[in-house]
Design a protein around this ligand. Sequence first.
Ligand SMILES: Nc1ncnc2c1ncn2[C@@H]1O[C@H](COP(=O)(O)OP(=O)(O)OP(=O)(O)O)[C@@H](O)[C@H]1O
Ligand SMILES: [Mg+2]
Length: 623
Amino acid sequence: NRFPSQEIQQVIREHGGSFKPPCEPVHPSNFGRIKDQLIEKHALVLVGPPGTGKTTLIDRFVSGLGEIACARGHCVQHYGSGEPYHPVLEALAELCRADTEVPALLRAVAPTWLLQLPWLSTVEQREALLRELVGVNLERMLREMGEFLDRYTERRPLLLVTEDLHWGDRATIQLIDYLARRRNRGSLMWLSSFRLAEVVASDHPLNALRHELHLHGLCEEIVLDSFSEAEVAAYVAERSPSMASDESFVRALHERTEGVPLFVASVTSDVAARSAQDGIASAALLANSPVPENLCAIIDHYLAKLADERRLLLSAAAVYGLQFRIDTLAHVLERDALWVADVCDQLLREQLWLVASRARGQGAPLERPYSFRHALFRQVLYDRLAPSARAELHRKVGAALEQERGMGGAVAASELAMHFDRGRAPLAALRYYAEAAQAALLHVSPAECMSLTDRAFSLLGQAPLGVERTSLEIELATLRGVSAFHLLGAGDEARSAYQRGSSLLADVPRHAMRGLLLHGLGFLHNLRAEYAEALATAHRADALASEAGDAFLTLAACTVRGHAYMHLGRPHAARESLEHALPAMESVHAASQQTFIGFIADPEVTVLAMLGFQLAHLGLIGE
Ligand SMILES: Nc1ncnc2c1ncn2[C@@H]1O[C@H](COP(=O)(O)OP(=O)(O)OP(=O)(O)O)[C@@H](O)[C@H]1O
Ligand SMILES: [Mg+2]
């Protein structure tokens, strides 16, 4: 069923004619190619090095969609693990803002996704949803998204855009894989972009996916070319007809920049500015001045011209991210917010370093209103910072974001972890890695949880010894155990993670996750037919529970023991243990629902199912 439905073909054809004529000489032929491929395959990827115009082309394409709904999200460079499904959640949030019926549809068919957009539910609804999520696996999330998209596109065709997939997280790649392989794609279209070199160099999971999809004819890639000389001429003409009439200038410009659009745009505006200032002809300027050899070099050339204060401000912003807020930046720089706003406004007017962030949705206030003109400008500033200065800025940005978050700002734990990690503040980084690992489980993304705990473990040695470090290690080990189980099954990876946590429990016997940890470890032992170890784990949970009442410990002890007895052929003993688990379950329910994340399987379902077997063995069918 690779052929799209009739309606979508019609909608795209009808609107094909109304795609806005590009106000800049964007390669017009690319519009036609995008349109044709989306009609035929429903899925298309724009490929090219930095600055070749992928975003520009998507912007123009999206601005002329008419009746077709569009949900757009970007992957962010996170130096490590990002937030699972970031671009998809961003796109969903945009869709929710644009179409008020979307939240209800999510509630009806995709509750696990609704949960990821917390502002759409009340606290009570969220608690109830969280309860449902226990033991949810990845497949369910994928299926729910498929169902949601089916229902949505019954009403209206949808273009889902995910940009910069070279920074994409594994969960997003998996979702794309799933959506692309579904037989019925309805009137869903998917448009994406990535930088090929980065995907190949980093051995990104996207690599395997693109080969697979291509092989099965499920997706097409368009590799964007640089500007030809004629296109460079057209580009320059749009800005300055006098410059364009100078053929030697256009030729030199094309040669020097190899037609890379971002490079062409930068050099053109630089030369235009200087030529206006000094009254020298543009061709002469280009011929006499050492035009940098590549994009990074031209950015360096601008960098050298920055006044100290501006450079410091922009460097801090570069550490912060591609987009940023004034208050946070002011905090980092320990300067007055008005001053920061003033400098940013000047930079915005000059359009060299900063531009206004792309507006999202209708009337939605922009969280981070300023944006670097291009990711490469940010990257060069960042790379040119001395390591110690960079670390200090990361620490300060981390602290400022922490404060912003304290006041209700939406800052992801993984972002904070990255800043403190790079800021060489290992203990703070570990704290946020643990939180991010938990959030990854909440996103049903065990792979992300694994890589977060990997990074955190490698950082442990740098943190000072003490109770806090041990506590964090226990928490990380527990979360790793759960994710390893979901990802790799009851193998050694999961067992050694749980054992690592459990061996440290003696140092922090009152650890909040102790019940969850021993429940997981015992459960795993039972699955591996290690019954003596399972019973020893149950015993340990009992011993801890007798010191201080803790429903999670009791639940762990009773479940693990009952499970072991069940396998050992002792139905009476199993029944007794499992029945003791039931009152503990009630108390666990009363505790925060959030703590349920991290059970390998729904504890209530497991206990009741095992109890059912034992009662049946004992002939108590009615019970
Ligand atoms: N077709 C075009 N017409 C005019 N200018 C263009 C065109 N394509 C790109 N540019 C110029 O080049 C700049 C960089 O393009 P863009 O941001 O779209 O690149 P990109 O491929 O998305 O890069 P990245 O991989 O870094 O995201 C634009 O801001 C614009 O100035
Ligand atoms: Mg781009």
